[in-house]
Design a protein around this ligand. Structure first.
Ligand code: 26Q
Length: 834
């Protein structure tokens, strides 16, 4: 594997608005004598409304359509350049793309900001109100989906011929409200109004064949055997603007529909309506995103969704390959397919089917081409989250794929038997089809059928190889590698934190936007009093802006002169929001016991969704809300401690809260968080990390220097070694503060009329064995928190540490991650668009 770096293009230098429009192929277009012709036209004509009835939603649509007009020629030119140059293309297959909003991001990447600023001023428009009209495209659960979106941004910025393939869910991740402290879910009908960013391409629709038909019963699919059926996949394209606007790549999302050829002649007149109604069943396939929830596994509809994504995307990319290439043997030289977790791992069987049955290649050829074209990324070690699908479903829906998987399994077992002739147990452990259980192990299928398997942080890749799939890693050691995650600095610093961005640019110039290694040049400025003052000022502005937004959105007042201490991510036991709660209760106790104690005032922020069927996670949300209410209502801690649970966590909320945070909590049980990516967002926005040695946090501390991190707790090795003997009772009985905190919680202090809550906490933290080691790490968490409190008392020292973190954060740009994928896995090169 080579590790040659791809060099990003330099920033375009022509900043004059007119030249920019020229560059995108749009000369000045006058309408009614106005320079804002595009916008005015869309505003007047698209909704056929009199100007008296135009509101911010219409203004948003007109603005977005204008931006799309501006980018559309460049978008086509990108496509043409790829068709002419015929470069090796990268296809990122993912069930999730957590995009968030696009208008401000596209304006930023097209570098249209001066133009838009001028325009808003001339027309006296409320920019924030207009931007807020765009719904978040919430087509993902969390980290895995947001990573896919950051990767698309980086590929476009680096002028790589990359394309995303996903599903056009009608309903994204559910909307969260909090009622009496409990999470309630509402459907996210994000397409209620037309989405200006998508372009339907019905001419490229694809037909998908299944071995049976379906009815929808009780919210799930019921198979009707012996009646093969077809689905139509209709592509909807979204532009992915690379920074500088040179390359505009495509995210292609598939919507399911009943096939065109639906033969109404076969139905008598009386059956016309019922025949049409069947098309509704076809459309259910892409109706809704499944919430990440280990227990929801085993849903038939999810299985069909996964196959639908794979079948549509492979048919599409093979069609494109065949336009320019005649020899199937060249597929791996022209196509790299990256599987985002096992969710699209049916691609192994589907590509084999195409090569065997459509291209009529022999098994050996087909198998070699398949492996060299595919690569797999793993995002979790939790055994309960590794996908396994029943053989029975393959029999029903994908009988040909089952034959192929059966043969892959037999050949793998033969190979394993040659390697370990006396160890049948090992052979069974390596197999694709689980012994006895009648289940297909999708991770094994992905590893066997691809040339690369990577984890998403160094520790995760090591545990994956040495523990989780050890046997396969010994069979195919050369396939295993690490690609530490990253985030795009365009959305997560330049766009979301203008104050800090300006401060950085004033100090070191703006090359960091595409070359984040440049942030290292901030290091010497950690001793520059003037620069530290500027950073402190920028942080303060971000906090003020956030406080204002929170007041206007949720009616919650927070004090920007307190430490903003945040934990925002999916609610999961292993992420240990409850450990954070224990810390807050301890601080609360300390103030109540000693009202004169010297402690900096703090505001604790929580935000995150619980999977609707994850009962314990929902209890955790309830507990956090009770904690917030109790502390709010207690005069003893007023003005000193405040706890806020922000409902409806999403990309747009993160874009506001991350820049305003002083402290980032990354406190998962070591060995459980594959990487984390919000940890990187906080680091790049000038927050200090309180964290365990888990995921990418380890590498972040390494990059900034451990002395600039507040690390605490058991290591992954210590967690694993304590498996046999760990007991939370020891900590309860021997640690005074641990006991005081638990006693207060179990007394019902935070759950007066809700005894079930205190019972649940007792079970999670004590009687149930404390699987996630909250009590084991509590004391050292408090010690780290004390170190952080003392540092805060010395503002100069605090900001110095912030700057050292910023200076070390450059490595966690997704540009770096993508350049490693491109050179070591994809062997792909930039393709310049003239
Ligand atoms: C699977 C089957 C059925 C229904 C849902 C799912 C499902 C959906 C989403 C399973 C998992 C997910 C999402 C996982 C995820 O976001 N993992 C995170 O990936 C990040 C990017 O690599 C890491 O930084 C995080 O550590 C990891 O938790």
């Amino acid at each position: 594997m080579t590790s040659e770096r791809i060099v990003l293009p330099n920033l375009p230098q022509n900043d004059a608005p007119e030249e920019l429009l020229q560059q995108y192929g749009c000369g000045p277009i006058k309408f009614n004598g106005s320079n804002n012709a595009l916008y005015e036209r869309h505003l007047l004509f698209d909704n056929a409304l009199p100007s008296s009835e135009v509101g911010n939603r219409e203004r948003y649509e007109a603005a977005a359509r204008s931006v799309r007009d501006i980018l559309s020629q460049r978008w086509q030119q990108t496509d043409q350049a790829y068709n002419q140059e015929n470069p090796k293309r990268i296809y990122y297959l993912s069930m999730e793309f957590l995009i968030g909003r696009s208008l401000s991001n596209n304006i930023l990447n097209l570098r249209l900001e001066p133009l838009v600023g001028q325009f808003l001023k001339e027309n006296q428009l409320d920019e924030l109100a207009i931007l807020a009209e765009e719904p978040d495209a919430g087509l993902g659960n969390g980290g895995l989906g947001r990573l896919a979106a950051c990767f698309l941004d980086s590929m476009a910025a680096m002028q790589l011929p990359g394309m995303g393939y996903g599903l056009r869910y009608e309903y994204g991740i559910f909307k969260q409200t909090i009622v009496d402290g409990w999470q309630q879910e509402q459907p996210d009908n994000w397409l209620r109004r037309p989405d200006p960013w998508e372009v339907a391409r019905p001419q490229h629709a694809v037909t998908v064949e299944l071995g049976c038909s379906f009815e929808v019963r009780g919210g799930n699919l019921k198979a009707i055997t012996g009646a093969p059926s077809k689905l139509l996949g209709i592509p909807y394209d979204r532009p992915i603007v690379g920074y500088g606007g040179k390359t505009i790549n495509t995210l292609r999302l598939w919507a399911s529909a009943a096939p065109n050829s639906f033969d109404f002649q076969e139905f008598s007149a009386g059956e016309f309506v019922s025949a049409l109604a069947e098309s509704l069943t076809a459309e259910t396939v892409t109706r809704v995103l499944y919430p990440d929830d280990s227990t929801s596994m085993g849903q038939g509809l999810r299985f069909v969704q996964e196959y639908f994504l794979v079948a549509c995307s492979l048919a599409d990319l093979i069609r494109r390959f065949r336009m320019n290439n005649s020899d199937w043997n060249n597929l791996p030289d022209k196509v790299a397919i990256q599987l985002n977790d096992t969710h699209p791992s049916l691609a192994v069987a589907e590509l084999m089917r195409i090569l065997l049955d459509d291209a009529a290649l022999g098994w050996e050829r087909a198998w070699d081409i398949t492996k060299r074209s595919l690569a797999y990324t793993n995002h979790t070690l939790l055994p309960e989250a590794l996908e396994k699908w029943p053989l029975r479903w393959f029999e029903l829906m994908l009988p040909r794929h089952l034959q192929i998987i059966g043969k892959i399994d037999r050949l793998l077992r033969q190979e394993a038997m040659v390697r370990w002739p006396d160890d049948q147990g090992r052979v069974e452990r390596a197999a694709v089809i689980e012994p006895g259980g009648g289940l297909v192990r999708m991770a094994h299928l992905a590893i066997v059928g691809s040339h690369s398997t990577n984890g998403v942080a160094a520790i995760h890749s090591r545990l994956l190889r040495d523990v989780t799939v050890r046997d396969l890693a010994e069979l195919y050691p050369e396939r295993f590698n690490n690609k530490t995650n990253g985030i795009t600095p365009r959305r997560w610093l330049l766009l979301s934190n203008p104050d800090l961005s300006n401060c950085i640019t004033n100090a070191i110039g703006d090359r960091w936007i595409t070359k984040t290694e440049d942030l290292e040049r901030l290091k010497p400025l950690a001793d520059d009093g003037e620069f530290l003052g500027a950073v402190r000022m920028a942080k303060r502005r971000a906090k003020l802006r956030f406080a204002e937004w929170l007041k206007s959105q949720a009616g919650i007042r927070v004090d920007p002169d307190t430490i903003f201490d945040s934990q925002i991510k999916r609610i999961h036991e292993y992420k240990r929001q409850l450990l954070n709660a224990l810390r807050i209760v301890a601080l609360y106790n300390r103030i109540r016991e000693n009202p004169h104690i010297d402690m900096p005032p703090r505001t604790f922020f929580f935000a995150g969704k619980a999977a609707p069927a994850y009962h314990v996670a929902k209890l955790i949300i309830k507990f956090l809300n009770n904690l917030a209410d109790t502390i709010d209502g207690d005069p003893a801690t007023r003005g000193r401690l405040q706890v806020v649970f922000i409902p409806e966590y999403c990309v747009s909320v993160a874009e506001r809260l991350v820049p305003a945070s002083d402290v980032s909590n990354q406190i998962s049980t070591a060995g459980y968080e594959a990487s984390g990516t919000s940890n990187m967002k906080f680091m790049m926005n000038g927050a200090l990390t309180l964290g365990t040695r888990d995921g990418a946090t380890i590498e972040m501390a390494d990059a900034a220097g451990e002395e600039n991190f507040f690390l605490f707790g058991l290591t992954a090795e210590q967690v694993a070694a304590s498996q046999g003997w760990y007991s939370p009772w020891w900590h309860y009985e021997n640690e005074q503060e641990t006991r005081a905190v638990l006693d207060l919680i179990l007394s019902g202090h935070f759950s007066r009329y809700e005894p079930v809550l205190a019972d649940a906490m007792r079970n999670i933290l004590l009687t149930g064995g404390d699987t996630y080691r909250h009590l084991a790490d509590f004391t050292s968490y408090m010690e780290a928190d004390m170190r952080l409190q003392s540092l805060y008392a010395k503002p100069q020292d605090w900001t110095r540490m912030v700057v050292r973190n910023l200076a070390g954060s450059g490595r966690f740009s997704s540009d770096r991650t993508i350049s490693e994928y491109a050179s070591a896995i994809w062997n792909a090169k930039p393709c310049l668009v003239p």
